[in-house]
Design a binder for this molecule. Sequence first.
Ligand code: NAP
Ligand code: MG
Length: 462
Amino acid sequence: MKAYDGMYIGGAWRPAAGQDVIEVVNPVDEQVIGTVPAGTAEDVDAAVRAARAALPAWAATPPAERAARLSALRDVLAARADEIAETVTAELGSPLKFSQAVHAAVPVAVAGSYAELAATYSFEEKTGNSVVHHEPIGVVAAITPWNYPLHQIVAKVAPALAAGCTVVVKPAEDTPLVARLFADAVHEAGVPAGVFNLVTGLGPVAGQALAEHPGVDLVSFTGSTAVGRRIAAIAAGQVKRVALELGGKSANVILPSADLAKAVNVGVANVMSNSGQTCSAWTRMLVHRDRYDEAVGLAATAAAKYGERIGPVVNAKQRDRVRGYIEKGVAEGARLVAGGPESPRERGYFVSPTVFADVTEDMTIAQEEIFGPVLSVLSYADEEDALRIANGTVYGLAGAVWAGDEAEAVAFARRMETGQVDINGGRFNPLAPFGGYKQSGVGRELGVHGLAEYLQTKSLQF
Ligand code: NAP
Ligand code: MG
């Protein structure tokens, strides 16, 4: 157990304004592994002031120099990958291999992609008798969740820095340690003082103060739809820009011509990875009724394999929430074919990998984001029925389509109301825009589209 001090503000670790702390708990054994300061509006104000003061010089820094800092940041993140993975495993509970392969590795790729984009992006264009300058939006407030704690920070900070913006990050209260490590990495990369600032604290205190601060020009938020809505309302009141990455309830559509075993196995792995705490997880599997029983059997077998390997969910509240959804699924008449609400272990916030069959589209478990290792298998009668079910939620973040023929899968994917679709198991691409249709959010992250979120245009006429 270690007491971590200070907030990273204006290029140094400074004492927090107040005395309150947040306890960081290891979800595997429920032990307190450290404390960090619980920031207040005063800390937030200091951080925003530092970011504002640093803005003119950073915005005027040539893109090639910003690219060099991002490239150095990429290298520091790569050099510290082991420490990052161990830290995420300690505070989030994900198995170390997953922390290495995803939580530590993806941010290296994303930071690298923005080093390259900063160097190659056209921050100036000509149209007719105008020259259009793409200028940084200003001071960015980044409010991030715990499920991919470093990725979600880097997916905001890297494009913001590439654009010439300065940033204040408020990380999730459950995962502040990897955020502190990131602040050290930014420092080591030689990013000038005040360009990046970190305030740890509680959402309704530090998060809210940051979203409300008049010195912030853009709030970029990832998390629940409920908090996202509040942040959008605050931003609307001040006419400041907002980017929201919210929940999802994505469909994994297995068309009749697909390789069923592959589609089911990859689909189950997708839901169980990170203990189901992935906003883009394919938590609804849609199978043609003629192959439904076979698919359910395959899914139950696949899920059982995760029993020993799966990590816990992040905290007791999430565990209870997920268990509540499993109980609700049973109460509404879905059939448990793997897992269930009972705790698989005495200690730690574990939930059994769970699969429900006979799920109908109106059930709570088919509509609401569960954020745990819970898969619902639904049947459809024909392709139109599958499309109606796939599009039948308020969300639209991601999805998957499987078919014997790629063109057939693409034709179906084009009709889905969602921001990302993996075709026959297509891999994650850190350059492709990520973001939601409908209530899954506003705006896009990653790649060139993610960079554009942090820019505004100024047209000069000649
Ligand atoms: P959350 O409350 O929306 O947390 C996201 C971030 O917002 C955290 O940094 C949080 O701080 C902060 N926050 C909370 N209230 C705030 C406020 N009033 N003003 C400004 N910032 C605020 O999400 P959660 O409670 O951790 O998880 C609840 C549910 O959200 C999950 O079960 C899941 O369904 C969904 N979720 C979605 C994603 C996603 O990637 N789309 C990620 C995480 C969670 P604290 O950490 O102190 O709360
Ligand atoms: Mg919360």
